[in-house]
Ligand binder design. Structure first.
Ligand code: NOJ
Length: 622
């Protein structure tokens, strides 16, 4: 086993908590069954961060010890970022160079032109059936009489940092992720997003390849630092960035693939972090609204479904964690920052939606929620039911209650967090935030059980030093009776993710009951095939049985949700269109339904891609 693999497994075994997952997800709970409750990192894993307490790292050689040794300050000190406010607002080429000096050197892409594929792309022959039909149905034979409603979006999803590469090409400035991936120990496998899939140049091939599968929508994000390199409202606009996404959107349309655009998928321009601390500062609101307006104006009419933010709760946790915690403004700390971020971000969202409506932009806008409501671990305790309420308030309600219901934070949050931790909205702000979404989108990767803290809810609530405070709930991944795990495991690199498809209908019902909507989009769901990145031969890499099982079960459950539960589901977006840079987990955590050879950049369809094509061919109404 290589050093990288050993490091990878060690890190996985460390059960790293993240702030996004919150203390509520950190267990350490005595348990009555064979496994230990794990410490999921975030609802969709992407808040996966190196815990400040779980490992000790020394540079330049990374060593990982099992013991929780290094204090937070030691690890955060390994990452270096200029003091907030110390970089001049210099919008000249030299100013751009200065930003790149902070981010560090990048790997150049092997080519910088966009090949035009011959279309339609011919699909290779589908894989042979794996199991006899008495054991598992062919995708087309799953619930054959049930169809998706007309206009249903069969989508795949990506995000700019994760797939584009070409990070320093055509006028792009660095984002914080271009800096983060060069900080010691920040990325589990030491890979970067410098090249990743090079979709910035290979987008035509990528769109044509999914169009050949019958995919009719692609949810991707725009890189703020490509449009406005310095991020601010007075930043020069980068015409190459504007033209790039114009071409990309047009090519989607031409290929019959609906472009679905997210404005912000975590890649904040580095300049904004350096100037004023990014989402820690109220200054972000005006700059985000200006960026949103620039993009709306550029692509109005050619994009009909928009998202302001991807998984804001994960993002606000992420920036309080290593390596981003090297840049926390004075007056805040890693505990308070996520809530201040949430406050500023909600105002930025509301401002962007207000502009969208005032500009009469064609189409609909929302943001992408994540996480799950959760199920009481022990059904006979009121404490676990209360714990579910706490979980849902802190994980989904934090953004969805203000936007879809009240304009304000959930009461559970206000009851425990003072205004210094959780800034309060004025009545005017509440009115501006309420109703700022046209539909409900959620990244619905998994469902989990929730229990009360081991020492009881009251003890936790009254003790600010309790590691579970203020959320005071615990995620459990096995049932409380028989000790069966909630679902089949994914790859060790995504220790937060199990195949919980059998709970999906209940999950969607919970969401619809709490934030009723006329239109729900499953904006991301997906799975990692166990140990896929350790395989070397393409034939076995493409055999992603567990991912296929997860996706087929999910889609079958979605059909039942629509037809039997009345859930107004209008689209399903599979994460991911292709393997990509999985944030802190790096290139070796592979979510794609297509394999990417990162040396040649060649793409190959996995079994799951064919299963999706067959499933949707049989269940979409033309
Ligand atoms: C959700 C995030 O939006 C995406 O960026 C990430 O890669 C997936 N979860 C998988 O963790």
């Amino acid at each position: 086993m290589s050093f990288v693999s050993i490091l990878y497994l060690l890190l996985c075994a460390q059960a790293l908590p993240s702030l996004a997952a919150s203390s509520s997800d950190i267990s350490g709970v005595p348990i009555p069954t064979p496994s230990t409750a794990k410490t999921p990192t975030s609802s969709t894993g992407t808040g996966t961060v190196l815990s400040n307490t779980a490992i000790s790292i020394s540079v330049p050689t990374i060593t990982v010890t099992g013991a929780p040794t290094a204090p937070a300050s030691t690890i955060a000190a390994l990452a270096s970022f200029p003091p907030i406010g110390s970089i001049p607002r210099d919008f000249s080429p030299e100013g751009l160079d200065q930003l790149w000096d902070i981010a560090g050197p990048v790997e150049e892409p092997p080519f910088t032109t966009t090949p035009v594929p011959h279309t339609p792309i011919a699909l290779p022959s589908p894989p042979p059936r794996q199991y006899p039909s008495f054991y598992s149905n062919a995708p087309k034979d799953i619930l054959p009489s049930l169809k998706f409603p007309p206009g249903f979006l069969f989508g795949v999803a990506t995000a700019a940092y994760q797939v584009e590469g070409a990070v320093k090409n055509e006028g792009k400035a660095p984002s914080m992720w271009d800096w983060a991936n060069k900080q010691p120990g920040a990325i589990v496998d030491n890979t970067t997003g410098d090249i990743t899939d090079l979709q910035y140049f290979l987008y035509k091939e990528d769109v044509a390849r999914v169009a050949a599968l019958g995919v009719n929508a692609h949810s991707f994000s725009i890189s703020w630092a490509r449009i406005l390199p310095f991020g601010t409202k007075d930043s020069p606009v980068n015409p190459e960035g504007i033209d790039h996404y114009r071409d990309l959107i047009a090519y989607h349309r031409k290929s019959g693939v609906e472009p679905v655009v997210t404005l912000f998928h975590w890649d904040i321009p580095l300049a904004l972090q350096a100037y004023y601390g990014g989402f820690a500062s109220p200054n972000i609101t005006d700059d985000f609204v200006h960026y949103a307006k620039t993009v709306f104006k550029a692509y109005n009419g050619s994009v009909h479904t928009w998202y302001t933010f991807n998984e804001p709760n994960v993002y606000c946790g992420q920036i309080a964690s290593y390596p981003f915690n090297a840049s926390i403004p004075d007056g805040l700390n890693s505990s308070t920052l996520p809530y201040h971020c949430a406050y500023n971000l909600l105002k930025a969202h509301a401002g962007a939606v207000k502009a969208f409506r005032e500009m009469n932009i064609v189409g609909e806008i929302a943001f992408k929620n994540d996480d799950f409501v959760g199920m009481p671990w022990r059904t006979n305790t009121t404490e676990d039911a209360e714990a579910v309420e706490r979980h849902v308030a802190f994980q989904i309600g934090i953004f969805s209650d203000p936007v879809y219901k009240t304009g304000d934070w959930p009461k559970i949050m206000k009851d425990i967090l003072s205004p210094e931790w959780l800034p309060r909205f004025t009545e005017e702000e509440k009115a501006e935030i309420r109703g700022t979404a046209d539909f409900f989108a959620i990244d619905c990767y998994r469902q989990q059980y929730i229990s009360a803290p081991p020492n009881g809810l009251e003890n936790c609530l009254s003790n600010i030093s309790d590691p579970l405070w203020p959320k005071c709930n615990v995620v459990q991944t096995f049932d409380s009776n028989a000790g069966w795990n909630i679902g089949a495991f994914s790859s060790p690199g995504t220790s937060w993710l199990e195949d919980t498809s059998r709970f999906l209908r209940g999950y969607l019902k919970d969401v619809q009951a709490r934030w009723p909507t006329h239109k729900m989009i499953a904006s991301e769901f997906g799975f990692t095939q166990p140990f896929e990145s350790q395989k070397t031969d393409l034939a076995s890499i493409k055999e992603d049985t567990d991912r296929t099982n997860y996706l087929m079960s999910y889609l079958g459950e979605m059909l039942l949700s629509i037809h039997e539960d009345g859930i107004p589901l209008k689209g399903a977006f599979i994460w991911a269109m292709l393997d990509n840079a999985e944030w802190n987990s790096g290139l070796n955590t592979r979510f794609g339904v297509q394999y990417v050879n990162y040396t040649t950049l060649e793409r190959s369809y996995k079994r799951s891609a064919f299963a999706l094509a067959e499933f949707f061919e049989a269940h979409l109404q033309k």
